[in-house]
Design a binder for this molecule. Structure first.
Ligand code: CAA
Length: 255
């Protein structure tokens, strides 16, 4: 199959899924999320043994969920959008082979959430990552409130989510958010995926499933709460103002 905004290519047993919407810094609109879901299903049918997830172009991995789409959403639509995003992240997490994110530039909001749903993360020197949703008057809506604390710990996750701070690849590495910082994320991620593809597939899959179960606390409940919170903020003064300010390229004035 082919999609407008997603590419799926193969090199022996390694598939590379590229979010291909560089004119909007690969931000995740509905069409792109649906295409990622279909591409994952195709990769699964083809029994790939490792997956690389990356973004097209030089600038961004994925700059987040699509702000121009979200700007005027009501609660019901925001809930559906969060459910779609969660479905994609859950599908990557449950993908029956390891996924390696090649963070080749900005990974903000839904972009960092996409990277965190992968098993491993390789970041390019110069990449910036963060959960800046607070600046838009909302909360992470594609799993960030649950996966970020799991990766970096409660304190640092709160700092990033409460302040919206964007951090560089080295800082992300110091906090365990990415596994390595390299000159060329795509080629290193492909090399790593190639190594993983040569491992015993059933053992690797069993290890992945076992580690996935280590997610602490009430992860399901946390994810469900996050979807409701994201939906509940749609239509609030601060959400409308935060997203309008981004689209109009000005500072927001929050309540
Ligand atoms: N959604 C929609 N469009 C986006 C976008 C996004 N998340 N990020 C960038 N774009 C668009 C811009 O609007 C711009 O489009 P036009 O050329 O049509 O104006 C184009 O991509 C290029 O972006 P910039 O001109 O802004 O590029 P820049 O180099 O000056 O800045 C950036 C790059 C710092 C990444 C900046 O684009 C930015 O801050 N983007 C938003 C990041 C963000 O807030 N992400 C979180 C979204 S909320 C979310 O993801 C919620 C969730 O968890 C579900």
């Amino acid at each position: 199959m082919t999609w407008e905004t997603v590419d799926l290519t193969h090199d022996e047993a390694v598939a590379t899924l590229t979010v291909d919407r560089p004119e909007a810094l690969n931000s995740l609109n509905v069409e792109t999320l649906e295409a990622i879901e279909e591409a994952l299903e195709e990769a699964e049918r083809e029994s790939v043994r490792a997956l690389v997830v990356t973004g097209a172009g030089e600038k961004a991995f994925v700059a987040g969920a699509d702000i121009s789409y979200m700007a005027e959403l009501g609660s019901q639509e925001a809930q559906e959008y969060a459910e779609l995003g969660h479905g994609v992240m859950d599908a990557i997490e449950a993908f029956p082979a390891p996924a390696v994110a090649a963070i080749n530039g900005y990974a903000f909001g839904g972009g960092l959430e996409l990277a965190m749903a992968c098993d491993l993360r390789v970041a390019e020197e110069g990449a910036l990552v963060g959960q800046p949703e607070i600046d838009l008057g909302v909360v992470p809506g594609f799993g960030g409130t649950q996966r970020l604390p799991e990766l970096v710990g409660d304190e640092y996750a709160r700092r990033l989510i409460y302040t919206g701070e964007r951090i560089d690849a080295e800082t992300a590495h110091e906090h365990g958010l990415v596994g390595e910082v390299v000159e060329d994320a795509k080629s290193r991620a492909s090399e790593l995926a190639g190594e993983l593809a040569s491992q015993p597939a059933f053992a690797l899959r069993a290890a992945k499933e076992a580690i996935n179960r280590s997610a602490g606390g009430d992860r399901e409940g946390g994810l469900a709460f996050e979807r409701r919170a994201f939906a509940g903020l749609a239509g609030s003064h601060d959400q409308r103002e935060g997203m309008a300010a981004f689209l109009e390229d000005r500072e927001p004035e929050f309540e």
